[in-house]
Design a protein around this ligand. Structure first.
Ligand SMILES: Cc1cc2nc3c(=O)[nH]c(=O)nc-3n(C[C@H](O)[C@H](O)[C@H](O)COP(=O)(O)O)c2cc1C
Length: 208
């Protein structure tokens, strides 16, 4: 995939050009998910916002999945993790954000690295998503087609989009650190994305 500031892929064009993706029947999906918190109870404000309830409700917000990478300036090693907190922030200037658990083994590297790369995963990369969300994997970069991007931040071939960023800020926010990055280089390709919803991976469904 080459860097392409002028690639103009729209969601509709992406989906139309993508190979046929089997849709997940709604009933099967619902049956596999957690039951949820009754809306009336939430509105009454009668329950504590427990981490479990918050995670469950936030999980109703469907997202893509990314592997976010950098190089640890302390030792030159590649660092990365699976994240779905990635979000758009600003078009002018081009800013994106994501958040990292304060307890993460990767925190110091991202706090000290001047650059990071956000590799938005295609559905074919689900194994890499699992690999990079395992705190026990000793060699995360032992699979996948990796190359060095800006500041050495690893860029993953076969991703559906890549945003190479310089770190603008890293701000403590609760039990996470909020990273804001300025996009210096981007690339995208028309590939079916990997999705996450209700604590499970999904394929892209029907166009409405
Ligand atoms: C779909 C998915 C999304 C995730 N999103 C985030 C995230 O946005 N921020 C975060 O800190 N951890 C997130 N995680 C958890 C990390 O991937 C996991 O804790 C990983 O082990 C962190 O890397 P570390 O071992 O270097 O701390 C996510 C996991 C999955 C499966």
């Amino acid at each position: 995939m080459t860097a392409s500031a002028n690639s103009s892929t729209t969601p509709v064009a992406d989906a139309a050009a993508a190979p046929a993706v089997p849709s997940v029947p709604a009933a099967a999906t619902a049956a596999a998910e957690l039951p949820g918190t009754p809306l009336a109870v939430e509105i009454a404000g009668a329950v504590d916002i427990t981490p479990q309830a918050l995670r469950g409700a936030l999980g109703r917000f469907a997202t893509g999945v990314a592997i976010i990478t950098c190089v640890d300036p302390a030792n030159g090693e590649r660092v990365g993790l699976t994240a779905n907190s990635f979000s758009a922030l600003s078009l002018e200037p081009p800013l994106v954000l994501w958040s990292l658990r304060q307890a993460s083994a990767s925190l110091a590297a991202f706090q000290h690295s001047a650059h990071f790369a956000i590799n938005v995963l295609a559905e074919a990369q689900i194994d890499l998503s699992r690999r990079f969300s395992s705190g026990k994997e000793p060699d995360k970069f032992g699979a996948g087609q990796w190359s060095d991007g800006l500041g050495g931040a690893p860029v993953l071939g076969g991703s559906t989009a890549v945003f190479e960023c310089e770190r603008v800020s890293a701000q403590e926010a609760g039990d996470h650190v909020l990273f804001v990055g300025r996009v210096l280089r981007l690339a995208d390709a028309v590939l079916p994305p990997l999705l996450f919803h209700g604590g499970r991976y999904h394929l892209l469904g029907e166009i409405l």
